[in-house]
Design a protein around this ligand. Sequence first.
Ligand SMILES: [Zn+2]
Length: 406
Amino acid sequence: MGRPNGQHSLCVYSPIPPPPYVGGYEPEARNMNRREFLAMIMGAAVAPGRAEQEKRQFRLWAMGDAHVGTDLKRKRESLAEAIRQSEQEDAGFAWDLALNVGDFSGNQSAPDDDEGREVARQYEATRKHRREDFYDLAGNHDASGPGEPTQGWFRKWIDPTGENTQFSGVDPKRRRYPVEGTWERYSFRVGNLLFLVMSDRNDGGPPVGRGKRGGYPSGAVTGETFAWWKRMVEANRDAIIICAHHHMLRETTVGSGDWEGLIKNPDGTLTSRYHGHQPDGGSWEGASYLYYVDGQPKAMAFEKYLEAHPGAIDLWIGGHTHTNPDDNFNGRTHIERKWGATFINCCALSRFHVMTRSRPMSRLLTFTDGSAEARVQCYLHTAQHAPQGWYPKAERTIKLGKAFRC
Ligand SMILES: [Zn+2]
């Protein structure tokens, strides 16, 4: 509607409950859904009462852990296939914006340009959305190795701020919801939702980052990122705050406790449970959660802050631990409530990275104008666990600290 940067107005109108797909429209003409469009061209008035039945909604598609290179070796396009499924005419679903929580690469050592080119190519599978409708962050597998430019691969091929458009295909001018910040940490707003997106910093060598033999799975951020997060949380108490990082916080969702990612055997040896390990080093205790801040192990900076300030954020979306949607380990599942917030592990898109446990899936979050609840649906991208498509058993309704306004 002639807005700067090609933005459309917040929220499309869609029937409740979602999601019959109202696709077929051009992204630029999304203020009207198919039914309204048909009603208009047929000269028919929209039925009385329709306005009461329909609410303005915003649909967030959350995904992660595509591990593109690993699946491609088995001839599966983990990222492109999910996009194509979402955009199918009949069996697809409508979404307004996608959040991808990282681990684009499947490499154990630092990712290379071939895999970066492949990620960019798979993103081109989108037909009804723009590349800029995906908001990305770096996972531990995306990290640069010792001696390489800091997060050079991620900045070149994934590039959330659009500094390398010729490689990534991301043009910051085409963002419907412009980002503020850097490749490492940025924010954007949709109505009264404030997204705080933080990349993992598993780069630069041991003890935090990649060693010579391969990556260490524990999550890491810098002290500057934590300080930025705290500042943004405190300056935006009127917003619904959605945080995103590749890793979950400690003891929130499935597999995120100490020694839950890896098993320490009585004889001192290690066995993988959810995560692999490198015998030459790594932070085995915290293999499955955000373990380091500025190189300090088990820093728990976010956890301590949230414990002292319950309700400071509304949502934390992450991935990293691949498992079936019904997994419940030590009393924790994929969606859990703690410190007045909801934690959602939305991954993984991969079928073959951690092959024994990965069940390709993603989540669709639906926010409705005026409601302080959001619907969280689980979509299965293969038929390994249950029929491909929506998996109603894993659906949840979650609380927000305040009503969504678009
Ligand atoms: Zn990971």
